[in-house]
Design a binder for this molecule. Structure first.
Ligand SMILES: Nc1nc2c(c(=O)[nH]1)N[C@H]1C(S)=C(S)[C@@H](COP(=O)(O)O)O[C@H]1N2
Ligand SMILES: [Mo]
Length: 328
């Protein structure tokens, strides 16, 4: 399993044109190697505090759109995907993740897989980036707050990861936890935060094993910017965005349904299932439509919301016979 993530060796005597150097520096940052003695000259530009990540990845293109792995809809520009988002560990403003997430150390990184599995273990950054066959998945992402985007993710199926650890027959749920490191996460130090850190999410095992459930390590062909959940995050495209937990450090297989962050905060507003559903409104707003980013005052770009965010053909069978208004 331990296929090493290859890191380029740079001789300190090497003289590098700035363009090449910049590319390499992005790579080193993404791999978390910024602390290595690289070529630092007077011409070194200020490090971008908006975009981290960005090492090129090798991946396969989706074979067809029939399985929902791709869409013809226009992808949301990289600048919007990385500038506007929720990552409460860095603050509640939509710009806070882009502003502060560069403070998060993503190398070294360990992802523990434990609980009801025959082979509990740990994946390190090199296993995460080099140990799985990467694919591009172009998914819609619909936030419960009624904004949405289309993101070309790079990653692998959560099922591929779970199978390696051999879930036991009694495992019925999967719990996920985000990194909780107060020194690097200003939002977790905020006195106004009511979240019981770490951020937690969960899926039923059959939802987790569905081929659409993705562990993303990149977007737009490169490693994830920190604000989008580097180095590895979950993406469940038929559920509201809060299920797509970022910067995952722990996956635990369970017999019982886990308590999740938003459900614990406001159980009447955010349920465990959180399937996108235009017919079941949030208690404080309608879920019938959404603002597709980029969205401005003059061009709000409001579009109808689709059942299961447009993935009904793929996932509706998982909820056969369930009352979706009660199991929101
Ligand atoms: N750890 C963690 N994961 C999180 C969140 C968060 O606050 N903390 N916000 C969620 C919400 S509400 C959304 S809409 C998506 C946004 O992902 P994006 O910023 O990559 O678009 O991340 C989800 N994952
Ligand atoms: Mo969200």
């Amino acid at each position: 399993m331990r296929q090493r993530f290859k890191i380029p060796v740079i001789a300190s005597s090497e003289i590098t044109p700035e363009s090449v150097y910049l590319k390499r520096r992005d790579f080193m940052q993404a791999a978390g190697l910024a602390a290595l003695p690289v070529l630092v000259g007077a011409s070194q530009p200020a490090r971008s505090d908006v975009v981290t990540g960005g090492a090129p990845l090798e991946y396969r293109k989706p074979s067809s759109s029939a399985e929902g792995f791709s869409t013809d809809e226009q992808a949301t520009p990289f600048s919007d995907v990385t500038a506007y988002g929720n990552f409460y560990e860095f603050g509640t403003d939509k710009g806070d993740p882009a502003r502060y997430a560069h403070e998060m150390t993503v190398d070294p990184w360990s992802l523990e897989v434990e609980g009801a599995v025959h082979k509990p273990g740990t994946l390190h950054l090199e296993d995460i980036l080099g140990g799985f066959e990467l694919q591009e998945r172009i998914y819609r992402l619909r936030c419960v707050e009624a904004w949405s985007m289309v993101v070309p993710w790079v990653g692998f199926s959560l099922a591929d990861l779970l199978k390696r650890f051999e879930p036991k027959s009694e495992a019925r749920y999967v719990e996920f936890e985000t990194l909780y490191r107060r020194s690097e996460m200003p939002g977790t130090r905020s006195f106004t935060s009511t979240i019981d850190w770490p951020y937690r999410e969960g899926l039923r095992l059959d939802e987790a094993m569905h081929p659409l459930s993705l562990m993303a390590v990149g977007l737009y062909g490169k490693t994830l910017p920190n604000q989008n959940g580097a180095p590895i995050r979950l993406v469940v495209p038929w559920k509201y965005g809060f299920k797509s937990i970022k910067s995952v450090v722990r996956i635990r297989l369970l017999e019982k349904q886990p308590r999740t962050t938003w459900e614990s905060l406001a159980p009447r507003e955010y349920g465990f299932y959180a399937n996108v559903n235009p017919n079941v409104d949030h208690p404080r707003w309608s879920q019938a439509s959404e603002r597709r980013l980029p969205s401005t005052l003059f061009r709000p770009n409001r579009i109808p919301t689709q059942m299961f965010n447009g993935y009904a053909d793929q996932v509706a069978h998982l909820y056969k016979g369930m009352d979706l208004a009660r199991n929101y």
